[in-house]
Design a binder for this molecule. Structure first.
Ligand code: HXC
Length: 516
């Protein structure tokens, strides 16, 4: 064979490998409105930055000519590339090869890029589109999943892990994304579940379709499994690029800063009147956040799950922070089980990756009710405490209005380790609201009075004046400073700059046991 022939052989092999399961199956993928694995990578990564690895891996280990899928990569395209100039490792399941199903060699390919990502301190991104365990490979495919799950766990908090669900992700296969930091889904296009509609019908008699069982809508609003959803694959891939812009490449780096595009001393006087004088009236915390952070920098995560809690990334003077808040216009900003899970998970992510936390507090407390108690609000709520108390990143809190009882303590309060604590003049920091408090501590006085209603109103007003101001908390040193709302941006930027190098040592231990 001449040199030209050997080169031609490589060119032909590459061509075959790039076609995956062949033109017919690619056309089928397109008919479903889906891109192929390689098309997706081309959109996700910076132009021409992708370098493939192990593209000739055969269907069976070391066997050539096993079947039509010989040497086409075993249903997954793996390699590395760049996103906005920063290196990432990627794998994209190729549905045109045996439905992207996972067997031993596919697992080996995925594990290899996961190992490279961890060793080189770069994020690992998985594009998932797969029929699950490759049926023909039996227990070898289960073994393969276990190898991936182990790496997902060991690399958790070491490098960011992001999963994009771009087709089916069913059965135990869903546990790999579940172990990663962010799950991105595409509406009416991707689904995740442990047991499918047929099995459910057989076992429980319930009838449900794919979308209503595990589509993006379900996981974004009901289960809380997904972090972000998009209307198209293109949008989802673009969300992934944006998300990475807020996150460092590994746990030894600081989060990225970009050139500031907003005035650090910008004063938005609308903030000074945003909180209604009537404490029972809601306002919009999203608006508060947008007015305080760098313009257009707020990137919300899980925006439609437990909407009374807000988590997301933003920038102050160009640098990334994690934002946690309550939304008083949704369920009055109460903390329930779902809000606890949402907040605690996000706080732990930010802490693992050195992202400072800025918390806006307005909550009347934990949601009362038999259902919440029986479902374990105690252990779920404790997760928020655990996450904040454990977090060693710079932490700032701003109480905008209510911070009652447990809600005050868990939401980044001073004595669970928050560095700088601000309150707006509208802040009400107390064990509970005026009505509840007066009914308990002054019941006898109210009942004994000639006009109980008038007495109650009088006592409520007294309580409000005495306790429901930020000054009682300021006098006790519970907050550091009462600030005008319009000063918040400049104060937070200044505080972040002085606490960014903070060093904290917790007692040595193997690991704590976070409530789950
Ligand atoms: C091998 C598979 C496969 C699988 C699909 N294919 N799933 N091959 N193992 N698990 C192949 C099909 O034979 C077909 O091959 C091609 O992929 C495309 O599949 P279609 O069925 O034509 O596609 P579609 O109609 O879009 O349906 C997609 C699907 C369906 C819903 C995912 O294929 C399906 O239900 N597959 C089985 C899913 C499943 O039960 N997996 C095991 C889950 S248990 P050709 O040659 O025709 O192109 C599990 C345990 C993991 O994953 C445990 C980890 C701990």
């Amino acid at each position: 064979m001449s040199k030209t022939d050997t080169n031609q052989k490589l060119i032909d092999l590459r061509k075959k490998s790039k076609l995956g399961g062949g033109e017919k199956r690619i056309a089928k993928q397109h008919e479903k409105g889906k891109m192929t694995a390689r098309e997706r990578l081309a959109v996700l990564l910076d132009s021409s930055s992708f370098h493939e690895l192990e593209s000739f891996v055969a269907q069976e280990p070391g066997v050539s000519g096993a079947n039509e899928f010989d040497s086409v990569g075993n249903g997954v395209v793996t390699g590395y590339g760049q996103i906005n100039g920063r290196k990432v490792f990627v794998y994209a399941q190729d549905f045109t090869v045996m439905g992207g199903s996972l067997g031993e060699m596919q697992s080996k390919k995925i594990c290899r890029v996961m190992d490279l990502a961890a060793q080189n301190g770069a994020p690992i991104i998985g594009l998932i589109d797969s029929g699950g365990a490759r049926i023909q490979e039996g227990v070898h495919s289960l073994m393969g999943y276990a190898e991936i799950f182990r790496r997902n766990t060991l690399y958790s908090g070491v490098v960011p892990q992001i999963s994009l669900i771009l087709g089916p992700c069913a059965g135990g296969a869903a546990y790999s994304p579940a172990l990663t930091d962010f799950i991105l889904m595409v509406e009416k296009h991707s689904y995740m579940f442990i047991t499918g509609p047929n099995v459910i019908k057989e076992i429980t008699g319930e009838e449900v379709d794919f979308e209503n069982l595990g589509g993006a809508g379900v996981h974004m609003s009901i289960s809380g499994v997904a972090s972000l959803s998009a209307k198209s694959e293109n949008e989802s891939l673009s969300q992934c690029r944006t998300l990475l812009g807020y996150i460092p490449s590994n746990n030894m780096e600081n989060p990225p800063c970009i050139a500031p595009s907003d005035d650090p001393f910008r004063v938005d006087t609308e903030l000074d009147t945003i909180v209604p004088v009537d404490g029972t009236k809601p306002y919009n915390m999203h608006e508060v956040i947008r007015k305080v952070v760098d313009r257009n920098s707020f990137f919300e995560v899980q925006p439609t799950f437990a909407t009374h809690a807000i988590v997301g990334f933003a920038r102050f003077n160009g640098c990334s922070v994690g934002i946690v808040a309550q939304e008083p216009s949704a369920l009055a900003g109460i903390i329930d089980i779902d809000a606890s899970d949402k907040i605690s998970r996000f706080v732990r992510f930010c802490d693992a990756f050195n992202i400072p936390l800025v918390t806006f507090v307005d909550s009347p407390g934990f949601l009362p009710g038999i259902n919440q108690e029986h479902k374990g609000i105690i252990r779920h709520g404790a997760k928020i405490l655990y996450a904040y108390a454990e977090a060693t990143v710079p932490k700032i809190s701003i109480v905008t209005r209510r911070a009652f009882g447990g809600a005050y303590v868990v939401m980044s309060s001073k004595f669970i380790g928050t560095d700088i604590n601000y309150a707006w003049p509208t802040a009400e920091i107390a064990v509970m609201g005026a009505e509840g408090a007066v009914n308990i501590i002054s019941r006898k006085e109210i009942n004994d009075s000639e006009d109980p209603d008038a007495k109650r109103s009088e006592l409520i007003q007294e309580y409000q004046e005495k306790y429901l101001t930020p000054y009682a908390a300021a006098k006790a040193g519970i907050i550091d400073e009462v600030i005008l709302p319009s000063e918040t941006r400049a104060k937070v930027i200044s505080a972040l700059s002085v606490i960014k190098e903070k060093q904290i040592q917790h007692p040595a231990r193997k690991h704590g046991i976070s409530p789950v």
